[in-house]
Design a protein around this ligand. Sequence first.
Ligand SMILES: Nc1ncnc2c1ncn2[C@@H]1O[C@H](COP(=O)(O)OP(=O)(O)O)[C@@H](O)[C@H]1O
Ligand SMILES: [Mg+2]
Length: 194
Amino acid sequence: MGIRVLSNHLVNQIAAGEVIERPAAVVRELVENALDAGATQIDIVANDGGLSLISVTDNGSGMGPDDLPLAVTRHATSKLQDENLFAISTMGFRGEALPSIGAVSRLTLTSRRATDAHAWSLFVEGGNVSGVQPAAHETGTTVEVRDLFFATPARLKFMKSTTAERQAIIDTVERLALANPLPVSLSSMTGAPC
Ligand SMILES: Nc1ncnc2c1ncn2[C@@H]1O[C@H](COP(=O)(O)OP(=O)(O)O)[C@@H](O)[C@H]1O
Ligand SMILES: [Mg+2]
């Protein structure tokens, strides 16, 4: 068999399988990004164990219109400004989470920096990135992940019950909230019995 280089799209889908094995991992990645952005308030919404919707809103630094496409580009990060791997003070730096999530879901990034007149948003569906559009948002960022794993049905089949995924999200948020002296709050959860 001939050797061939995999497409970016396929590479992102494969990475998604490693980086985000379940909805709780998406929540962890998004909250870590919010913490890295200096947020002091983080609101999380998860419906149906995170499989239909995960939304994380922060009041951190936000991103400009030029940053949004880069944020969903593989191996693009603002967290390694030089070649020194030993000076890392952030929770992420591999630049893989958002492109991976965007490869297997419907992802909307909406963000505004304090200096911007308004917010900008970007949509990614199964790895296809749309153009940047003007949007409404306070300073900070909302990342909305809908229909997680719709683009990878095999992974979707592998999910436990929505109740189990929901509990895994609660555990993840509790761990993050305990490790970080910040108001991380699970503001809404629907779709599964308490
Ligand atoms: N909530 C956020 N607020 C501000 N910038 C963000 C946020 N989430 C992601 N970003 C930007 O997008 C980049 C890519 O994010 P990600 O894919 O998680 O990779 P990493 O965190 O490893 O850099 C980050 O380096 C950061 O610059
Ligand atoms: Mg990250």
